[in-house]
Design a protein around this ligand. Structure first.
Ligand SMILES: NC(=O)C1=CN([C@@H]2O[C@H](COP(=O)(O)OP(=O)(O)OC[C@H]3O[C@@H](n4cnc5c(N)ncnc54)[C@H](O)[C@@H]3O)[C@@H](O)[C@H]2O)C=CC1
Ligand SMILES: O=C(O)[C@@H]1CCC=N1
Length: 274
C-alpha cells in the first residue's frame, strides 16, 4: 500500500480520530488527499485536502483500511459493510467477533491507544484476527507508531487488561496530580501556583521516565534510598493502601472492558447496511 494507502477514519472529528488522521499524514503513511474522514455534526477544520463526509459507507468504499474511532455506544449505529477491507478498531470493549459480525469483514485489528496520541506519545497494544495477513499487521503497526509506540499482544484478554492499564492509563497520573493539587489548595496555597507546580512535576516525571527508561520500581527505589522526605511520603501513601487502590482500579477497568464485550454479544444484530 505504501505512501498511497487509502485510509478512512469513522469518527475523525473526535479526540483519537483527529490525532490519528494528523499523525498518519505527518508520518507519510498516506497523503491527506488519500484520507476519507467522517464526522457526525460539525465538519472539523483540520486536513482540508482530505475528503470529509457524513456517509460512512462512502468512506468504506473509498478506503482500503478503515479505522473505527467512535465511542462504543455509537458503534451499533455505524451500519456499513466493510467486506474485503482491513478494519482497525480503537474502541474500548468491542470484541473481534463483534467487529467482524457487525462490519462484515474478517480482516480485523483490535487496538487500544490512549489520549497521548494527541501529542504522538500513545502506547497502543493490539491483536489481529486470524484472517488479517502480514501486510494488514504491518500497516496497522505503522499507523499506531505514527503516534507513539505499540506492541502486538498474545490474546484478546490481554487487550481487555491493557484497556485499563495503558488505555485509561494517562488518567491515573492525572488523578494523583488532582489529589496533590486539592491537598495544596486546602493548605491555602494559591490555586494558580499549585496548578503550575503540579503540572510541571507531571511533565517532569514523564520526561525523567523517558530519559532513564528504568522500571518504575527502580525509580521509586532511587528516591527511597535518600530516606528523606520522599521516602516518608511514599511510606505513608503505601501504608494508606495506594498499591491496593491501584490494583482495585485496574481490576475494575478490566471487568468493565469484558462486560462491554458481553453487552455487545447480546446486542441485536444490525439489519441493514449503509
Ligand atoms: N480518548 C481516549 O483516551 C481513548 C479512547 N479510546 C476509544 O476510542 C474511541 C473514540 O474515543 P474518543 O476519540 O476519545 O471519543 P470522541 O467522543 O472524542 O470521538 C468520537 C467521535 O465520533 C463521532 N461519531 C459518532 N458517531 C459517528 C458516526 N456514525 N459517524 C461519524 N462520526 C461519528 C463523534 O461525533 C465524535 O466526534 C472510543 O471508542 C474509545 O473507547 C480508546 C483509548 C483511549
Ligand atoms: O474510558 C474509556 O472507556 C476509554 C477507553 C480507554 C480510555 N478511554
Amino acid at each position: 500500500m505504501g505512501s498511497q494507502a487509502r485510509i478512512g477514519i469513522i469518527g475523525a472529528g473526535g479526540w483519537l480520530g483527529k490525532a490519528f488522521s494528523q499523525s498518519i499524514v505527518e508520518a507519510g503513511i498516506a497523503d491527506a488527499e488519500a484520507l476519507t474522514l467522517s464526522y457526525r455534526s460539525a465538519k472539523p477544520d483540520v486536513l482540508p485536502s482530505a475528503t470529509w463526509t457524513k456517509d460512512n459507507q462512502l468512506l468504506v468504499e473509498r478506503s482500503d483500511v478503515v479505522i473505527v474511532s467512535v465511542r462504543p455506544e455509537d458503534f451499533p449505529a455505524v451500519r456499513v459493510s466493510a467486506q474485503g477491507k482491513l478494519v482497525i478498531s480503537v474502541m474500548a470493549g468491542v470484541t473481534l467477533e463483534h467487529l467482524a459480525r457487525h462490519l462484515q469483514t474478517d480482516r480485523i485489528v483490535r487496538s487500544l491507544p490512549n489520549g497521548a496520541a494527541e501529542v504522538r506519545s500513545s502506547y497502543t497494544p493490539w491483536v489481529a484476527s486470524e484472517a488479517a495477513g502480514e501486510e494488514d499487521c504491518r500497516i496497522a503497526q505503522a499507523i499506531f507508531e505514527s503516534c507513539g509506540t505499540s506492541d502486538r499482544l498474545a490474546t484478546e484478554a490481554d487487550i481487555d487488561y491493557f484497556t485499563g492499564l495503558t488505555g485509561s492509563g494517562p488518567a491515573f497520573p492525572a488523578l494523583l496530580a488532582a489529589a496533590m493539587m486539592n491537598h495544596a489548595v486546602a493548605r491555602g496555597i494559591n490555586r494558580d501556583v499549585a496548578r503550575r507546580g503540579v503540572n510541571a512535576l507531571l511533565v517532569g516525571a514523564g520526561r525523567l521516565a523517558e530519559l532513564r527508561a528504568d522500571c518504575p520500581n527502580d525509580l521509586v527505589e532511587t528516591f527511597m534510598a535518600y530516606r528523606g522526605t520522599t521516602a516518608a511520603a511514599m511510606d505513608a501513601m503505601r501504608a494508606a493502601g495506594i498499591d491496593d487502590a491501584v490494583g482495585r482500579g485496574l481490576d475494575a477497568a478490566f471487568r468493565k472492558s469484558i462486560a462491554m464485550g458481553h453487552a455487545d454479544a447480546e446486542a441485536p444484530q444490525p439489519t441493514a447496511s449503509a
